[in-house]
Design a protein around this ligand. Structure first.
Ligand code: AMP
Ligand code: ZN
Ligand code: FE
Ligand code: FE
Length: 285
């Protein structure tokens, strides 16, 4: 009996480096019960992941990770189990895509203003040249990688610190959805909304998190990620308790990105099926 799932992963359809189909085969090799592909702002990897999952034992759950407005920190919503063809959802994703397309050239322009010889064409070519990257996804990671290749930064971390990260000299903020808008789009498509890696909210203390999670639940949030490599065992316990106390589904995953986060392995931390049973039932698994 397969005992674990991984409901937070990234492929080369966004900023991971395993192709979507490779990721599914890796999940099968690790004998996971189910895996969700949750690329940033795109469902472009789902079709090839689904094709790879046919005939395998591992179950594939449709997914996406969306950044919502949260001035105090970072609010990432992992959506699971939606209909990828839903028109409301597709409209919402198109808006996210448009926001990215508007932002990237502004970052590149700011870099050029600082005397760096870089062009949007060059970044697009680099992004499209990655294995399995058929979606045309371009984000700050790819811009950072180009900066490294040009010798303008030591490594990706340095490129973020000095240029494209928040506080960097070429930082440009991205237009984000309000949390309620994201929840509504996900629900319209029959999906479940999960609060990803709660520590990134900068919630302060647990009482405040409880307040925030309760408020988000009123707005349409369905679940909380209790298992994530950034969580201490104590945090995981707190989030499990919180889910039970206020009636949220429990989820979790590795946030696998491949070499971009070399310490993170697919399927780690282990997310036991018993812990996510109500979610599995909701997803029809
Ligand atoms: P974007 O979605 O275009 O805003 O890019 C965000 C992505 O950039 C994240 O998902 C990470 O993959 C990457 N990233 C953000 N901050 C850093 C950092 N300090 N070092 C390396 N990669 C980062
Ligand atoms: Zn990412
Ligand atoms: Fe995230
Ligand atoms: Fe993620």
């Amino acid at each position: 009996m397969r005992r674990f799932v991984d409901f937070h992963t990234h492929s080369s359809a966004s900023d991971g480096d395993a192709a979507p189909d490779e990721l599914v085969r890796l999940a099968e090799a690790k004998r996971l019960r189910a895996i969700a592909l949750t690329d940033h702002d795109t469902i472009g990897g789902l079709a090839s992941a689904a094709a790879a999952a046919r005939g395998l034992t591992v179950r594939l759950v449709s997914g996406i990770e969306i950044s919502a407005r949260w001035p105090e920190g970072t609010l990432h919503i992992v959506a699971l189990g939606f209909d990828p063809w839903n028109a409301t959802l597709r409209g919402m994703l198109q808006a996210l895509w448009a926001a990215r397309k508007e932002r990237n050239p502004r970052i590149v322009r700011r870099l050029r203003e600082q005397g760096i010889d870089i062009s949007m064409d060059e970044v697009k070519r680099f992004a499209a040249g990655r294995a399995g990257a058929a979606t045309g996804f371009v984000g700050r990671l790819q811009i950072a990688q180009v900066l490294v290749r040009k010798g303008c930064a030591r490594d990706v971390g340095d490129a973020f610190a000095r240029y494209v990260g928040m506080g960097g000299s070429a930082y440009v903020d991205k237009e984000r959805l309000a949390p309620a808008q994201a929840f509504a789009g996900i629900r319209a498509a029959g999906g479940v909304s999960v609060l990803a890696h709660p520590p990134q909210l900068n919630y302060g203390n647990l009482a405040r998190l409880r307040q925030i999670a309760g408020d988000l639940r009123e707005q349409g949030l369905d679940g909380i990620e209790a298992y994530h490599p950034d969580h201490s065992p104590q945090e995981t316990r707190h989030y499990l308790d919180l889910a039970r106390a206020i009636g949220l589904l429990v989820s979790g995953g590795s946030d696998f990105h491949g070499q971009g986060k070399p310490d993170v392995r697919l399927g780690c931390p282990a997310v036991p099926v018993e812990a996510v049973q109500p979610l599995l039932a909701r997803l029809g698994l």
